[in-house]
Design a protein around this ligand. Structure first.
Ligand code: SF4
Ligand code: SF4
Ligand code: SF4
Length: 277
């Protein structure tokens, strides 16, 4: 799959939304103002938030935003996978279930009763990341996706190269910015419950640079030391509930963060019955 500035050789791309807030698509719309040259490498044949056009031509590159939470999503996803040469999990919801997957830690009927007047009319299921059903070629992580990383990926895909994958923790970028470490600074305060040591970097530390703890929206880094992270939080007096919530806010379906969340609670959430840890 290659492209150059000649319009008829652009990569044909499509953006699909499943269960999510659509914030990553919204971020992409914003990129159009800033990154005209790179986005010229793509020809969006389907992008509902940008234009009304229905999908009526083939595409090579599919961006999947959102997690899977209904039986019909699975078939739609498989059909997209069949068509696309390259499939990208677009944002935390697609990569790890994201915020909607918080419901996986609760009993399904309790959630449905809170959300719908008549839960019997709803056929929802647990939220799952996209790669539980189809092969994902590349991941754009974060809630929402990062502009620099997105542009890097587009240039790599258009040049038929493998995109750069960041394996390092958020802490590395935080230290390079000379930020004050809020995990060490404000003991016993909720804000200091920073997941930076175990979270994959690449977000340009937008949270910790503003004295906000990392909530782990980019999911686990490569080979994280979850046990030590839990020990650190425990040593600072955070409760088991706090720890569970921190690990499950954005990427609780990843095996690593699930381990962190379960460190205190051996809760038998329905999710565990469906998929082995
Ligand atoms: S990753 Fe975040 S911003 Fe993107 S769709 Fe999901 S909830 Fe919205
Ligand atoms: S504030 Fe968080 S991300 Fe920054 S160095 Fe401390 S633990 Fe790491
Ligand atoms: S600091 Fe953490 S929560 Fe904030 S954007 Fe980066 S990875 Fe996400």
């Amino acid at each position: 799959m290659t492209a150059n500035s000649n319009s008829n050789q652009k990569v044909k791309a499509a953006v699909f939304k499943f269960t999510c807030c659509a914030g990553c698509q919204f971020a992409l719309l914003h990129f159009f103002d800033q990154q005209v040259e790179t986005l010229e490498l793509l020809d969006f044949v389907y992008f509902k938030m940008a234009r009304r056009k229905e999908l009526d031509e083939p595409y090579e590159l599919a961006f999947i935003e959102g997690g899977v939470s209904a039986p019909e999503h699975i078939e739609q996803l498989k059909a997209i996978r069949k068509q696309a040469k390259t499939l990208v999990a677009f944002g935390a919801c697609a990569a790890h279930g994201g915020v909607p997957a918080i419901k996986d830690w609760q009993t399904e009927i309790d959630v449905e009763e809170r959300a719908y007047p008549d839960p019997l009319l709803v056929s929802s299921m647990k939220v799952s990341p996209v790669d539980e059903f189809v092969k994902v070629d590349h991941y754009l992580r974060g809630c929402p996706i990062d502009e620099v990383e997105f542009m890097e990926m587009i240039r790599s895909i258009a040049a038929d190269k493998r995109p750069y994958v960041r394996e390092h923790p958020v802490c590395l970028e935080c230290k390079l910015k000379n930020n004050i470490c809020i995990l060490l600074m404000r003991e016993g305060v909720q804000e200091s419950m920073c997941l930076g040591p175990v979270t994959r970097g690449g977000c340009r530390v937008v949270c910790t640079s503003n004295m906000r703890a990392c909530f782990g929206c980019r999911g686990p880094m490569s080979n994280p030391n979850i046990a030590e992270m839990v020990r650190t939080f425990k040593g600072k007096g955070f409760s088991g509930k706090d720890i569970e919530m921190r690990f499950t806010e954005y990427a609780g379906l990843s095996a690593e963060f699930r381990e962190g969340a379960r460190a205190y609670y051996e809760r038998k959430a329905p999710y565990y019955k469906r998929k082995a840890a």
